[in-house]
Design a protein around this ligand. Structure first.
Ligand code: AMP
Length: 341
């Protein structure tokens, strides 16, 4: 189905939606004069997600990098970096089927494996011959769970895709179709949290109604945050990613003010430069190896609303917002996972 991009309609625009037959019923009683109730907006959102398919989210033209499981990890990494992607679907050419996703988690596994189980010399020798399909051995050795084989059909509803992403705590999900003549699997694309939320931000007409501030909504995390100092060794931050199943760690000073954020994607630079023996360096030093096009840290305050967050998602490639107070002190984190949930 096609969706008309959101126009700049004056708030409150939701009143017009009451005319929509699929949204009638007791909606009107839920909506106060000034703003729709949370239940009403939730129902509008659910209807929107059920009326759109995963396919609708895909751009008209796009590039998809698919990697053969026999490819050397070193080459895979180079291809990913050259193409500016941090994950890629895998194809088993012998069995002719989709074989999961290669993501930054695999590179974290590799780093942990070399740090704990191998000498630097043998690591550097291994990496020249190591194929993607050997990653299972790495997972087993370090006790990591095996790669997930989650996928969804491109014509599945966006609602089902979001549900699967939330339930599996995944950041992306491959869209797999079947060739009608041969029955063989076809990798159509990969749906990411960011693509879905951007689609919602562009097309859901009611994002402006999401006017409750974060202080009331409390989406995200505000307690027991994993943080580091500039002097914390990189390996400790990497261990936090794995133990807490998180994709970023804010770097704070002694007052708790946010200085930076170390992200799982930063690990790609370590893997690329093969600096497995430099994992004890302070995270502040590791951050200097960031590519020049790093988009920066995005912050917000507890006064921000989902409407203002969606406005940022519309314009920028953000993966999370760091919640700060007026003194730049860390208050919390709102990840795309939290918004999707
Ligand atoms: P993410 O990996 O960014 O999708 O986050 C997964 C979940 O962990 C979300 O509920 C986040 O709010 C939470 N989270 C993200 N970063 C941190 C952190 N540094 N400390 C504690 N929880 C976090």
């Amino acid at each position: 189905m096609s969706v008309t991009p959101q126009q700049d309609v004056p708030f409150p625009h939701w009143e017009a939606e009451l005319d929509s037959p699929s949204l009638q019923g007791n909606m009107a009683t839920d909506i106060s004069r000034d703003r729709p109730s949370k239940d009403a907006v939730q129902r509008l959102m659910k209807t929107f997600l059920k009326e759109n398919s995963s396919y609708d989210v895909l751009p008209v033209s796009y590039r998809l990098i698919v990697l053969d499981t026999k490819l050397l990890v070193k080459k895979a990494l180079a291809v990913m970096m050259q193409n500016g992607v941090v994950s890629a679907p895998l194809w088993d050419a012998e069995a002719h089927h989709f074989a999961g996703m290669l993501t930054v988690s695999d590179f974290i596994n590799l780093i942990q494996y070399y740090y704990t189980h191998s000498s630097v010399e043998s690591a550097l020798q291994d990496i020249d011959t190591f194929q993607i399909q050997h990653m299972r051995m790495v997972e087993k050795t370090i006790g990591a769970p095996p790669r997930q084989l989650l996928s969804i059909h491109p014509m599945s509803t966006l609602y089902d895709a979001c549900k699967l992403l939330v339930e599996s705590r995944s950041h992306r999900i491959p869209l797999i179709d079947r060739d009608s003549a041969t029955g063989q699997e076809l990798i159509a694309s990969v749906l990411t949290q960011h693509r879905i939320l951007r689609f919602i931000a562009m097309n859901f007409k009611h994002t402006r109604c999401l006017v409750q501030p974060l202080s009331e909504l409390r989406i995200g995390i505000y307690e027991n945050l994993a943080t580091a100092k500039l002097s914390t060794p990189v390996i400790q931050v990497i261990n936090m990613f794995v133990e807490r199943k998180i994709s970023s760690v804010p770097i704070v000073d002694d007052r708790g003010a946010v200085l930076n954020v170390y992200e799982t994607v930063d690990v790609m630079s370590i893997a690329r430069s093969q600096k497995y023996h430099e994992l004890d360096i302070p995270v502040g030093q590791a951050l200097q190896a960031r590519p020049a096009d790093y988009p920066g840290v995005h912050t917000c305050t507890l006064n921000d609303t989902l409407a203002s967050i969606f406005a940022i998602i519309r314009k920028r490639k953000v993966y999370r917002l760091i919640v700060i107070d007026g003194d730049n002190k860390l208050k919390g984190i709102v990840s795309l996972s939290d918004i999707l949930r």
